[in-house]
Design a protein around this ligand. Sequence first.
Ligand SMILES: NC(=O)c1ccc[n+]([C@@H]2O[C@H](COP(=O)([O-])OP(=O)(O)OC[C@H]3O[C@@H](n4cnc5c(N)ncnc54)[C@H](OP(=O)(O)O)[C@@H]3O)[C@@H](O)[C@H]2O)c1
Length: 322
Amino acid sequence: MPEFTPFGALNPALATLGAVVAFYAVFRLVTSLLNGLKAFFLAGPLGLSANVKNYGDWAAVTGATDGIGKAYAEQLAAKGLNIILLSRSEDKLNNVAAEIESKYSVKTKTIAVDFTGGEEIYTKIAKEVAGLSIGVLVNNVGISYRFPEYFHEIPDRQKMLMNMLNLNCMSVTQMTSIVLPGMLDRKKGIVVNVSSASGMQPSPLLTVYSATKAYVDYLTRALQTEYASKGIIFQSVLPFFVSTKMSKIRRSSITIPTPTAFVRSALATLGIEDRTNGCLSHSIQGWVVDVAPAWLVNKVTVSMHLGIRKSALRRLEQKKVN
Ligand SMILES: NC(=O)c1ccc[n+]([C@@H]2O[C@H](COP(=O)([O-])OP(=O)(O)OC[C@H]3O[C@@H](n4cnc5c(N)ncnc54)[C@H](OP(=O)(O)O)[C@@H]3O)[C@@H](O)[C@H]2O)c1
C-alpha cells in the first residue's frame, strides 16, 4: 500500500532508493570530512604521513626553481633528502641548488632542460639520474594560459598547444617512466603529480590547460591502483589558486596560500590521501565543486574567466596605446 505524504503517494521502491542515495551522500561527506581532519590537523602532530626519508636518498622535482616546485624541493631537503632539480634556466637552478645545499646540508644535482622539448630531453635525463636511488619524484612543472581565452583565439596557437601538452602531460608521463623501474626494484617510492583544480571539471576558456590537468589526475589515479600493492604511492595534487608567478597573484590569503604554506600542508597528506586539493581551504573549495551541480560550476567558471579575460585584454590595449 503506498503511503500518503503532503506531496502525494509515496512509492516504496523510490523511497528506498532515495534513502540509499541520501545515505551515500552523507557517508561521502562524513568520510571526506574525517579524511580532511586526519590529513590537515592530525597527520603532522601524530606523525601519520609517509616518512619520505624511508623511500630513498634522492628526490627529483621538475619546475624546481620557483613557486610550488621550489617549495617541494626545499621542504624535501629539510626532511634530509638530496635533491635533483630540473628546470629551464641554468642560473636559477644554480642559485636554488646553492641555497638548498647551504641551508639543509644535503647534496643537489641540477639538470637544465626545457620541457617543451621531445624525446631527446628524456634520454638526457635518464642518463643523468642513472644509478641514483630516487625515492620521491615530484612532477610539478606546468604552464597555463597567459589569460583565459577562447580556443580559436589563443595567441600563437599551434606552438602554444604543442608546448602545453609537452610540458603538462608528456613530462609527467616520461619522468614517471624513467624513475618508476628503480622504485619497483627497491619495492618503494613516492610519485607526486601536481594537477590542478581546473582538472576536476571542464574549465571553459582554459580548455586545454584543464584537459591536460585532468590527464595528470587520471594518469595518477590509475597508476595508484596499478602499483599500490607494489609499495609505490602515487598522489594527485589538485590546487586551487596559490600565490606564484603562474597565478600572477602576489598577495596570499586564507584561500590563496603561499607555495611554502601550500606544500607544507600537501606533504602532510602523503600516505593519507591519494588525491588531494592540498590544504584545508582548497579542500573546502574542492568539496563545493564536487557537490555543486556541473551546470552551476560551469556558469561560475565561465563568468570568472570572462572577467579575467576582459581585464587582461584591457591591459594589453593600454600597453599598445602607451
Ligand atoms: N599557482 C597556482 O595557482 C596553481 C594552481 C593549480 C595548479 N598549479 C600547478 O602547479 C605547478 C607549478 O605551478 P607554479 O604556479 O608553481 O609555477 P611557477 O611559479 O610559474 O614556476 C614554474 C617552474 O617551472 C619551470 N618551468 C617553466 N617552464 C619550463 C620549461 N619550459 N622547461 C622547464 N622548466 C620550466 C620554471 O623554471 P624557469 O623559471 O627556469 O623557467 C619554474 O621553476 C604547475 O603544474 C601548475 O599547473 C598551480
